[in-house]
Design a protein around this ligand. Structure first.
Ligand code: WTA
Length: 633
């Protein structure tokens, strides 16, 4: 690969080049990959129609770039080091050849059961090798994978399966998570009661617990793999053929199935992995995210494999068997690049430093952060105690929608500034917008963050609802992609992301829309209405505060039981990650005359800031503000 940025001059010239001649720039980057047939043009797009087409008519298969291409020279190199949940169990080294044959075999099983190009396959698995194998097996035959994080409940799984009419689900009997055993298969069974599109369920055996098997629908993967061949011809994909759907929260109850396509995603993710992590041949890279999120898709599965890298794949959690687990794994596998989330850093920084100091951590060269703003304290703790002041921290800003990292320092190249994601990567043109929807010029300014020009891995649509895609991202600021984040730009042009400016709240690095949580609460028979807002939390970054009103005539309820029930409803509909930390019962919610809940006031109350509620004259029921304030938790 010849696309590495090596120093600051390189960065500057690449950046300028990418702005002045975007097509030439990306043409040259794309040439680092294998294509069966070259593209006819690099880019055609319309921001107003939310249409993007990169490398059209170029034919490839991303798995050939991730696997086949490496076999000759790197076949016996380790692709993944699987580190199981139980630290007493051996880790497993999976070479590129092993991975290739496992992917081909699973792809053959999928083909055998009628899965073909364009069909949707839902993957609901713990962080075990079969998760990455399943993702790649789908890509091998052109099936569109939709991975659902295995912490989601049956309700959330069902709505995602339904939304994309998945034909097949890949799951496991169960999952190990710390000292817990999770019944994944029964969650799938539960959700399939209401999904008619699914014909087959492939079950990976991980925990070997008892499961029920639905005859004619459920198949044990182990048995199926014995019956198929080791080779599987890759499906030839157009650069614009869909590669995957990944759901993210939105401002209405329905999750948004962000759709990514093949060519642009491949080029951008391969390029940014190499540069943001400055990957070198013998490095051992470890990203602690789950493949169920975009970070796992782009920087556990595709980015590292496209570059022939070796990565750690970790099944466990940071606190099991003790708070030293991350640091133990780093020493054990001599990890050179370590990429995690601020919430994990904050939770570990709370524990005794002796957990860290038991380990040398001398193999580390580069640290990364992703998913939410990293506060100063967490940044400094990470830099000093984990990186020993020797490892640059790449604070990478991006989104499910962007496919890959857009703003990040390049380690050893960009001057670091704690809590700042710093500068855009080549090809990325961030701008800040004011209330009048105009670009804010100059430096030392703030505004809503938009991107002015397409990059290759921008999502192409929301599955089944292009209009919603257009509305959500391309109408607030005509001609721009709107990120939903607020940001500031310092005197030197560095960006700092300040947080969401819409109804998405990031809790422990997970994006949660307030609407689906409110929908779940409102299903409770005694509840009339609810509003959920975020408030700052030491470890989670944000936690959830719910304001809830009763239906008329409900009296004398046991409030404690009711609070538990509300959280059970949320857990069942979405998952335990969306449970509320605080629940306040109110006589009614503050509403404007047009019936809109005034969240701005509730947000202030949740934050404990009663100083100035701004203009409340448009409220239908201003008296309720005082009541809510006085009873706040
Ligand atoms: C937030 C995760 C500050 C942001 C890759 C964004 C960040 C949302 C950072 C997307 C960062 C992500 N600094 N905020 N380095 N990285 N965010 O779709 O609000 O799960 O819009 O993608 O996370 O979350 P998503």
């Amino acid at each position: 690969m010849s696309y590495n940025i090596n120093d600051q001059l390189d960065y500057q010239s690449s950046y300028e080049n990418s702005l002045n001649n975007p097509e030439e720039f990306w043409h040259a980057i794309a040439n680092n990959f294998w294509w069966k047939k070259p593209w006819e043009y690099v880019l055609k797009y319309s921001m107003s129609e939310a249409q993007f087409s990169w490398f059209k008519e170029g034919k490839t298969n991303i798995t050939v770039n991730c696997l086949d291409r490496h076999l000759e020279k790197k076949g016996s190199k380790t692709a993944f080091i699987f580190e199981p949940n139980d630290s007493g169990q051996d880790s497993e080294h999976i070479t590129y050849i092993d991975l290739y044959s496992r992917v081909c075999k699973l792809a053959n099983v999928l083909r055998k059961y009628g899965i073909k190009k364009g069909d949707r396959v839902c993957i609901y698995l713990p962080m075990i090798p079969e998760l990455t194998v399943s993702v790649l097996a789908c890509a091998r035959i052109g099936a569109i994978h939709s991975v659902v994080f295995a912490g989601f409940s049956s309700g959330a799984l069902a709505s995602r399966i339904d939304d994309c009419s998945a034909k097949l689900v890949i799951t496991s009997d169960g999952a190990f998570r710390g000292n817990k055993l999770i019944d994944l298969k029964s969650i799938v069974d539960e959700s399939l009661r209401s999904c008619s599109s699914v014909e087959k369920v492939l079950v990976v055996e991980r925990t070997f617990q008892n499961i029920s098997i639905v005859e004619g629908r459920d198949l044990l993967l182990r048995r199926e793999l014995d019956l198929v061949e080791e080779n599987c011809e890759p499906e030839l994909m157009d650069a614009e053929d869909p590669l995957f759907i990944l759901y993210t929260s939105g401002s209405t109850g329905k999750p948004k199935g962000m759709m990514h396509t093949t060519g642009g995603y491949m080029v951008y993710v391969g390029y940014t992995f190499q540069n943001v992590f400055q990957y070198r041949e013998n490095d051992i890279y470890w990203c602690t995210a789950d493949v169920g999120w975009i970070t796992g898709h782009s920087y556990i599965v595709y980015g590292p494999l496209l570059n022939g890298a070796t990565s750690v794949l970790f099944e466990g959690i940071p606190s099991f068997p003790d708070f030293g687990r991350f640091w133990e794994v780093i020493d054990k596998h001599k990890v050179t690049q370590f990429y995690t989330a601020p919430t994990a850093i904050r939770s570990l920084a709370k524990e005794s430093l002796s957990w860290v100091n038991k380990y040398s951590l001398t193999s580390l060269k580069i640290l990364g952060s992703v998913g939410e703003p990293i506060n100063d304290e967490a940044w400094t703790w990470y830099f000093e105690n984990i990186g020993k002041k020797n490892c640059p921290i790449v604070d990478t800003w991006w989104q499910t929608e962007t496919g890959g990292i857009l703003i990040s320092p390049l380690p050893g190249i960009t001057k670091l500034k704690p809590t700042f994601a710093t500068l855009p990567l080549p090809g990325v043109q961030p701008v800040l917008m004011d209330e009048n929807r105009r670009e804010v010029s100059g430096n030392d300014v703030s505004g809503n963050l938009c991107i002015k020009f397409p990059w290759p891995s921008i999502a192409r649509s929301i599955w089944g609802d292009h209009n919603r895609y257009k509305e959500t991202y391309f109408t607030a600021y005509p001609g721009y992609y709107f990120t939903g984040d607020g940001a500031m730009r310092d005197e030197e042009g560095n960006y700092r992301i300040t947080g969401r400016v819409d109804d998405v709240i990031i809790v422990s690095g997970h994006n949660l829309g307030t609407a689906p949580i409110e929908d779940a609460i409102n299903e409770h028979p005694l509840i009339a209405e609810s509003a959920v807002v975020g408030f700052p939390h030491d470890v989670k970054g944000n936690a959830l505060y719910g304001f809830v009103s009763f239906k008329d005539g409900v009296e004398n309820s046991d409030l404690k039981t009711l609070k538990n029930e509300i959280n059970q409803f949320i857990s069942g509909q979405i998952g335990p990650i969306a449970k509320l930390d605080k629940i306040q019962f109110v006589s009614s919610l503050p509403k404007t005359r047009s019936g809109k809940i005034m969240r701005r006031i509730l947000r202030k109350i949740a934050e404990g800031d009663f100083s100035n509620f701004g203009d409340i004259s448009t409220l239908l029921n201003p008296e309720v503000v005082e009541e809510i304030k006085n009873n706040s938790l």
